[in-house]
Design a protein around this ligand. Sequence first.
Ligand SMILES: Cc1cc2nc3c(=O)[nH]c(=O)nc-3n(C[C@H](O)[C@H](O)[C@H](O)COP(=O)(O)OP(=O)(O)OC[C@H]3O[C@@H](n4cnc5c(N)ncnc54)[C@H](O)[C@@H]3O)c2cc1C
Ligand SMILES: NC(=O)c1ccc[n+]([C@@H]2O[C@H](COP(=O)([O-])OP(=O)(O)OC[C@H]3O[C@@H](n4cnc5c(N)ncnc54)[C@H](O)[C@@H]3O)[C@@H](O)[C@H]2O)c1
Length: 466
Amino acid sequence: MSSSYDIAIIGAGSGGLSVAAGAAQLGLKTVLFEAREMGGDCLNFGCVPSKSLIAAADRAHAAAKSGEFGIEASPRVNFPRVMAHVQEVIASIAPHDSVERFERLGAEVVRARARLVGRKEIEADGRRFDARHIVLATGSRPFIPPLDGLSDIPFLTNETIWNLSEQPEHLVILGGGNIGVELGQAFRRLGSEVTIVERHSIMGNDDPEFVEHVRNALREDGVTIRESSEVARASMSEAGPVLHLKAGGTVSGSHLLVAVGRDANIDDLGLDAAGVEADRAIKVDDRLRTSNKSIFAIGDCREGPKFTHAAGYDGGIVVRNTVFRLPAKADWSAMPWCTYTDPELAQVGLTEAKAREAKPDVSTVGASFADNDRARAERRTAGKIKLVLSKGKLVGCTIVGPHAGELIHPWALAMAKGLSVRDITSYIAPYPTLGEVSKAAANGLYRDKLFSPLVRRAVGFLSKLP
Ligand SMILES: Cc1cc2nc3c(=O)[nH]c(=O)nc-3n(C[C@H](O)[C@H](O)[C@H](O)COP(=O)(O)OP(=O)(O)OC[C@H]3O[C@@H](n4cnc5c(N)ncnc54)[C@H](O)[C@@H]3O)c2cc1C
Ligand SMILES: NC(=O)c1ccc[n+]([C@@H]2O[C@H](COP(=O)([O-])OP(=O)(O)OC[C@H]3O[C@@H](n4cnc5c(N)ncnc54)[C@H](O)[C@@H]3O)[C@@H](O)[C@H]2O)c1
């Protein structure tokens, strides 16, 4: 016999938990399935451990560079203690995502792998569950490329790297995406030698002119970056893993991290039994419904942006569709993202190149941290901001520099609410703050008009009035 629910959610990561919290608190009979760790990738193997490691690496870097501020310090990295710090941060957040919290909110939590066995039916833990709505929030896992020899040698992924008890002497990273550059810089700053091997260019989704700042910073830190490097096969030497490049030559180190993209967790989910279509990820419409209209898919397991805040945003759309029965649509066009290297690189909306492909009459305006007094005081003047406009309307913003992930907020708001660049010129920014770089860019759009010959003539005329 099967138990009946208003809503069943498979996966207790960023996406699944946001639906479960909303549905359960609003009184729906809710069941949530989780096969592994509550909190999913973000808490256990992704955002939280990586940002905690980056925070530690930043401390080491700041101490090493403090001489220019007149402070003498020479940091000594205690790697096991750094990794303990990472686990402490995970443990401090875990109660928020725990079974106990979700049971308190009113959801039933089943710690087991779940599988669709019909259009509205799920099997887990030897039981059957039927639900009016089903939400697939099963996330993603590291894609392991079919590279000759790779399966025969030990390698790390974003899931296993947090178990390291000894610092890698030389970490070779296959893939220069978000994971590769963030962890590459962090391990380098903690004292490992690091080589990134990337088949195209690092951070290929971002504006190349802004990526150049990150590339320079990585190289300054001592990270070796091998771009346009296709790997033919992998092998093992006495010293550790070896990558053999197609163009000839090898890259070897003590450890290998594979970070070449993600695979959606959709195998063995029973998609066929439920009539849910998928390619490499689950196909959804703009209400995040699958080809089976009572089944939704959110976060990393569906086609679309793969971020924690994207999964959370999707969750809100599903709650509106299922709990409130509103035909809410997902709009990812104002989805920001940020790579947490130093300098950080943040983006919302279209990059300049994408805008030029898709929009008419594209123009840009920018400002530099070199002209920002706070950045000068902090000696962090490398970086800049670019606003991308189509027919004068804001369609994107790119920032590379200190705290770019924080500084992108007003631009994400502007994009989401359809604010104009003029709106950003019209508030008073406290001095001295890094955020003034946004006002400087926005003011730049009007500077030419303000100081134009026409305005100067008008001012000349006014000054002659009695
Ligand atoms: C190293 C790293 C760093 C990252 N840093 C950032 C960052 O700084 N900012 C950011 O926005 N994003 C970041 N991300 C991406 C972010 O982690 C993901 O986008 C986010 O976790 C996706 O959430 P989700 O709910 O879709 O999936 P997940 O968090 O992966 O959760 C899915 C859950 O479903 C469970 N599950 C799967 N199949 C089943 C089944 N059949 N039955 C029961 N349970 C199942 C899984 O065990 C998992 O717990 C990072 C990712 C990585 C790998
Ligand atoms: N700050 C953040 O928001 C953040 C941080 C980390 C991870 N993430 C998320 O996690 C995922 C990032 O995962 P990722 O970095 O593994 O993937 P990615 O897709 O971002 O980057 C993979 C890189 O590997 C390269 N590559 C692919 N195959 C290769 C090969 N055989 N040899 C050499 N290079 C190869 C690609 O060209 C690409 O540059 C993304 O979904 C991202 O959204 C986000």
